[in-house]
Design a protein around this ligand. Structure first.
Ligand code: AMP
Ligand code: MG
Length: 486
C-alpha cells in the first residue's frame, strides 16, 4: 500500500505535449467537504481506506492541492453532438491531474471534474454541481459492480462556491479514474483540422500505450479499430441487457477503450420501455434506449472516418460490418444468463424479443422481472407474475415456449436460483433512489447517499432491512426529468 506522497507517476498523455492539452491550474473551491469516497477506487491507486483521513485527499478533490511532480492539463477534442459536428470541445471543466502507475502495473488517469475554467470552457463556468457529481459517482461504481466496463469514481467533494444552473447550487467536484480519457472526439479533432502529424502521434500513443497487442498486426490501425469495435459492441450489449440508458452518446463521450464514459442524464430503466428517452433535451429520441446499438455503430463510423487516410475504406467497412454480430452475441449471452436458460439455441433472440415486447406492453419492472424469475421454480415464478401482464394470451404463449425451452434443464432450483441471482441484481440504481440521496446531500445529510452506495455495492445479495431499496419507484419517482445542464 502507498500514500498520497509515494505514488508512481507515468506521464503518457501529458508527454504528447501542448498540441493535445493545455497546462491549467485548478481553481480551488471554497470551504470544501468530502461527500463520498470509494475505497475500491482508492485501492486502484494502491491507496488504503485510511487515505480518507489524509486532509490532502479533500484538498486534491477541491483543487487546492495536487502533486508537485505533475502538471494538470485540459485536453482538447471535438465531436459529433446529436449528429452535428462541433469543431472544438475539450475539457471545459475537467483537468487531467496526474497519470499514475499502480503496483500491478496498471495505468490510471486521475481526472478532476469541476476544476474551474479552462481554454475549452466556451460559455460554461468550468464547474459541476453536486447532483451531477453524485450521479456520476454512483453510476460508475454501480456499473463496475454489474461487470460493465466503465470509468471509475474516486470521490465527490461539495463546497460553498455557488454556481447558477436552473437555480443557485453549490459547485462540487468528482475525481474520475480511467486507464485513458481519450475519446473518439480526440481523433476527430486532429482529423478535421487536418493536423495529420498530431493525428499520427495520437494514433501511435493509443497503439503503444492502450493497444500494444495491435502493434504487431499487418495493419495496426485496422487491428485497433477492430478492438474498439469489439469493446464498444460488448459494452453497449450489456447496457441493453441491464437497461442502462446513457443519454448523451455524442462521439466526445465515447471512450477509445469502450468504457461507459461521461455520465449526464443517464437512467436505468424502471418499467421496461424500448423507446425510453432519459435525456429531456433529446427531443427526437436520438439516444433513446432502443437507439443505443445503432448509435454505437454511428459513432464507430465517425471514428473510422478519421482513419481513412491510413486504412483502405473497404477494410474499415469490413471491420465496422462486424459490429452487429459481436453486439448481438454479447447481448444474447447476457440475456440467456439473465433468463437462466440452460443452454444456447438458435431462436433465443426471438424468445427474448417476444418477452421484451410483453414487458414493454405491460410496463413491468425490468430488474424485478428477472429477479423474481429466479426466485422460484420457473413455472411457479411465471404463474405468480402472470396477473401483471395485460395481454394474457401472448404471455401464456411465451410461457409455454419458455418452459419448453427449459425442458432439459437438469439443475436443481437451488442451483438455478443461485446462478440467476448472481447475474440479476435485486437492488438497482434507480433514478428515484438517487434523487432521494441527492436531496438529502444538498441539505448537508450524506447518510442516505452512503447507505444507498453501501446497499448497491452488493446488488446481487439480499440484505436485511433493505427491502425499500428493491422497490419499484413511487409515482413521483417514475418520470424524473434529468437535463444536460449539470
Ligand atoms: P458534456 O455534456 O458534459 O459531455 O460536455 C460537453 C462539453 O461541454 C465538454 O467539452 C465539456 O467540457 C463542456 N462543458 C460542460 N459543462 C461545462 C461547464 N459547466 N463549464 C465549462 N464547460 C462545460
Ligand atoms: Mg462529455
Amino acid at each position: 500500500m502507498k500514500d498520497l506522497d509515494s505514488l508512481d507517476f507515468e506521464p503518457r498523455f501529458a508527454r504528447l505535449g501542448n498540441a493535445f492539452s493545455a497546462p491549467i491550474e485548478p481553481t480551488a473551491l471554497a470551504q470544501a467537504s468530502m461527500v463520498i469516497c470509494s475505497t475500491d477506487a482508492l485501492a486502484l491507486l494502491d491507496l488504503p481506506a485510511s487515505t480518507l483521513d489524509d486532509p490532502r485527499l479533500l484538498q486534491l478533490a477541491s483543487g487546492e492541492w495536487y502533486w508537485p511532480q505533475t502538471t494538470p492539463r485540459a485536453m482538447v477534442y471535438s465531436g459529433h453532438q446529436f449528429g452535428g459536428y462541433t469543431p472544438r470541445l475539450g475539457d471545459g471543466r475537467g483537468l487531467l491531474l496526474a497519470e499514475v502507475r499502480n503496483s500491478a502495473g496498471e495505468h490510471w488517469d486521475v481526472h478532476l471534474k469541476g476544476a474551474g475554467l479552462t481554454p475549452f470552457s466556451r460559455s460554461g463556468d468550468g464547474r459541476a454541481v453536486l447532483r451531477s457529481s453524485i450521479r456520476e459517482f454512483l453510476a460508475s461504481e454501480y456499473l463496475h459492480t454489474l461487470g460493465i466496463a466503465t470509468s471509475r469514481a474516486l470521490c465527490v467533494a461539495d463546497s460553498q462556491t455557488m454556481v447558477w444552473r436552473e437555480q443557485r447550487e453549490t459547485a462540487a467536484t468528482l475525481i474520475r479514474l480511467a486507464p485513458s480519457h481519450i475519446r473518439f472526439g480526440h481523433f476527430e479533432y486532429f482529423y478535421y483540422n487536418q493536423k495529420y502529424a498530431e493525428l499520427e502521434q495520437l494514433q501511435a500513443h493509443v497503439l503503444s500505450d492502450l493497444y500494444p497487442e495491435c502493434l504487431t498486426a499487418d495493419e495496426p490501425l485496422a487491428a485497433m479499430l477492430s478492438v474498439v469495435v469489439k469493446r464498444t459492441a460488448e459494452t453497449i450489449a450489456l447496457w441493453q441487457a441491464y437497461g442502462f440508458c446513457h443519454g448523451v452518446m455524442n462521439t466526445d463521450n465515447m471512450s477509445i477503450l469502450g468504457l461507459t464514459f461521461d455520465f449526464g442524464p443517464y437512467a436505468f430503466l424502471d418499467d421496461f420501455k424500448h423507446a425510453h428517452i432519459c435525456n429531456h433535451s433529446d427531443n427526437r429520441g436520438r439516444y433513446a434506449f432502443n437507439q443505443q446499438v445503432a448509435m454505437g455503430y454511428w459513432n464507430l463510423t465517425a471514428l473510422a472516418e478519421t482513419l481513412t487516410r491510413y486504412v483502405a475504406v473497404e477494410r474499415l467497412q469490413e471491420i465496422l460490418d462486424g459490429y452487429a454480430a459481436i453486439q448481438q452475441q454479447a447481448y444474447l449471452k447476457a440475456m440467456r444468463a439473465r433468463l437462466g436458460l440452460p443452454d444456447q439455441q438458435a431462436d433465443d433472440a426471438v424468445l427474448i424479443d417476444k418477452l421484451l415486447l410483453q414487458l414493454d406492453h405491460s410496463a413491468l419492472d425490468y430488474t424485478l422481472f428477472f429477479r423474481k424469475l429466479g426466485e422460484l421454480p420457473a413455472a411457479e415464478a411465471l404463474a405468480a407474475m402472470a396477473p401483471e401482464f395485460i395481454n394474457q394470451a401472448a404471455f401464456a404463449e411465451w410461457c409455454d415456449a419458455f418452459m419448453a425451452r427449459n425442458a432439459n434443464d437438469l439443475r436443481t432450483q437451488a442451483q438455478r436460483r443461485e446462478q440467476m441471482h448472481a447475474v440479476n441484481p435485486l437492488y438497482m440504481l434507480r433514478n428515484y433512489l438517487i434523487q432521494i440521496a441527492i436531496e438529502a446531500a444538498e441539505d448537508g445529510d450524506y447518510a442516505p447517499l452512503h447507505k444507498l452506495y453501501a446497499v448497491l455495492s452488493t446488488p446481487f445479495t439480499q440484505q436485511d432491512g433493505c427491502a425499500a431499496y428493491a422497490e419499484r419507484p413511487p409515482q413521483w419517482g417514475k418520470h424524473l426529468s434529468i437535463s444536460c445542464s449539470s
